[in-house]
Design a protein around this ligand. Structure first.
Ligand code: NAP
Ligand code: ZN
Ligand code: ZN
Length: 353
């Protein structure tokens, strides 16, 4: 394969695990026949961006350009592109390619590609052999099969976090068929958690939010929770023990999983979607006693991500966001670490001009 010609685009990157993000210029490939080039309008700020920028998962390649909740407008298309045209409003989530031939890819579960999905950042760019660089930039080039259509009725900035926070919560709730008659716990009211509350409510479950932040009780109810439990209050936790069919844990930091396993009924399932830096100890007895399960879930494949976007279009579901300028990203990270975001920062990418 001959290497495509590249062009330069502005971006924000981290030079090391301890350095602040700052302005830079990066190289992207010119669109190959199957590619679209997207002018990025908005990019959500996922806690994974912070984990990655600071090498908390120990696979960061520097300079690192995070960002995988991307919405924008197509500015150029390759000669073979069939699904999109210049001017279309589109989204790009956490993955930009995969092998496309393994059983998981054939089932539309590209996030579990046997050859390893190509993440929007931190993977290897197939054409250039260089690290993939994410959405904190003015433009991106992506093969058309990994580009999503944005519903026309949704506010684009508020829809951007659907590309990760949305699909990461939608997918496990759908996979485990959460719906009417189920009692569902959502742990952590951050970017993922607030979408978990919205989707679980939209699917008809009885939703209980578990939060460490007393200041989020009213918001939790406004977002759709039937009950809100302050998880640091032992009496409130004990009162909920053994009652849940399903708990979705979206916490970004070290916390006691056993306290949430104890919430489950017989055969109940605790699904981890949070990805804390350090391992979380699990005691045997909370699992053994009621034949409980502990599971995990990773984002979602392309077909399900489009299904989720279409569902949001039909039901008018978007994220609660706070818009920031690109140069506010370092402050935004510090605030995210203090759980001080309601409930997703979104970067207005024209501020990178
Ligand atoms: P976020 O917006 O920072 O939300 C995390 C929430 O966790 C906070 O708002 C807080 O909620 C709670 N929390 C934080 N520190 C805590 C602590 N020490 N103890 C208990 N609760 C704490 O983060 P996010 O963007 O939603 O991401 C959450 C996690 O999911 C991250 O680890 C991220 O990397 C991961 N993630 C995984 C996937 C996947 O595919 N599985 C996809 C995207 C992100 P309260 O204030 O309500 O307590
Ligand atoms: Zn994410
Ligand atoms: Zn594959």
């Amino acid at each position: 394969m001959t290497k495509p010609v590249c062009y330069s685009t502005k971006a924000f990157s981290a030079a090391s695990a301890t350095s602040a993000l700052s302005a830079t210029t990066i190289e992207r490939r010119q669109p190959t026949p199957s590619d679209v080039q997207i002018q990025i309008l908005f990019c959500g700020v996922c806690h994974s961006d912070l984990h990655y920028a600071r090498n908390e998962w120990a696979f960061t390649q520097y300079p690192a350009v995070p960002g995988h909740e991307i919405v924008g407008r197509i500015t150029a298309i390759g000669t073979g592109v069939k699904k999109f045209k210049v001017g279309d409003t589109v989204g790009v989530g956490c993955l930009v390619d995969s092998c496309r031939t393994c059983p998981n890819c054939r089932e539309g579960l590209e996030q579990f590609c046997d050859a390893g999905m190509v993440g929007t950042y931190g993977a290897t760019e197939k054409h250039l052999g260089t690290p993939t660089l994410g959405g904190y930039s003015q433009s991106i080039v992506v093969t058309e099969d990994f580009v999503l259509r944005m519903p026309a009725n949704l506010d684009l900035a508020a829809a951007a976090p659907l590309l990760c926070a949305g699909i990461t919560t939608y997918s496990p709730l759908r996979h485990w068929k959460v719906g009417p008659g189920h009692k569902v716990g959502i742990v952590g009211l951050g970017g993922l958690g607030h979408m978990g509350v919205k989707f679980a409510k939209a699917f008809g479950a009885h939703v209980v939010l578990f939060t460490t932040s007393a200041s989020k009780v009213a918001d939790g109810k406004r977002l759709g929770a039937d009950e809100v439990v302050i998880s640091t209050d032992a009496a409130q936790m004990t009162a909920q023990a053994g009652r849940f069919d399903f708990v979705l844990d979206a916490v970004s930091a070290t916390h006691d999983l056993n306290a949430y396993l104890n919430l489950l009924k017989r055969d109940g399932n605790l699904v981890l979607i949070g990805a804390p830096e350090k391992p979380l100890p699990v005691a045997a007895f909370p699992l053994l006693m009621r034949r409980r399960s502990l599971s995990g879930s990773l984002i979602g494949g392309l077909p399900e991500t489009q299904e989720m976007l279409d569902f949001c279009g039909q039901h008018n579901i978007t994220c609660d966001i706070e818009m920031i300028r690109m140069d506010q990203i370092n402050t935004a990270y510090e605030r995210m670490l203090k759980s001080d975001v309601k409930y997703r920062f979104v970067i207005d990418m024209k501020t990178l001009a």
